[in-house]
Design a protein. Structure first.
Length: 169
């Protein structure tokens, strides 16, 4: 059960290898990403196996730096969700003009939906740039609701925060 999909083995049973960074140290463990032999000092435990320091340092930044197609997809998905969501909010609020505390949950749901749409458009990428896209899309969709007074502004701020926090990390 030590074989990976690409044929590389994470734990070597057949022969003893030497650490790529410390040639005098023998090891039976290799990086789950690149296959480089690593000793316990060079191991970084990740969510999916043991990695060398180089591969582990790339993993965090890889989910933060997006490609142009992912930025475009996140904007398109976010704007689409914000338009549909704002139309749904307008329909709900016109049917129930005194929704009161229910408005709190409606705006939270709106923010989550816009954040989820941006996350899907970004294809799993996260970080400050995608958080800004989610918050901006949520805010743009709620422009028609700006006349709601102080509580309306608080609910809009809540929706923007929920959308942006969906992409933090």
């Amino acid at each position: 059960m030590n074989e990976r999909m690409d044929g590389k083995s994470a734990v070597h049973d057949e022969s003893e290898l030497h650490c790529a960074n410390h040639p005098k140290r023998s090891t039976k463990v290799s990086c789950s990403s690149c296959g480089k032999p690593i000793c316990p000092e060079c191991m970084v435990f990740g969510p999916v196996g043991v990695k060398c320091r180089e591969c582990a340092s790339h993993a965090r930044s890889a989910t933060r730096a997006g490609k142009p197609s992912q930025f475009a997809g996140s904007v398109l998905y976010g704007l689409g969700a914000s338009v549909l969501g704002s139309m749904a909010i307008i329909a709900i609020m016109s049917a129930m003009p005194y929704a009161g505390f229910l408005s709190f949950f409606i705006y939270i749901g709106y923010g989550y939906a816009v954040g989820e749409a941006v996350a899907r458009g970004a294809k799993g990428n996260r970080g400050p740039a995608f958080m800004a896209i989610a918050g901006g899309c949520a805010a743009l969709g709620l422009i028609p609701m700006l006349g709601g007074g102080l509580f309306g502004l608080l609910f809009i701020g809540l929706a923007v925060w929920v959308a942006a926090s969906r992409l933090s990390g």
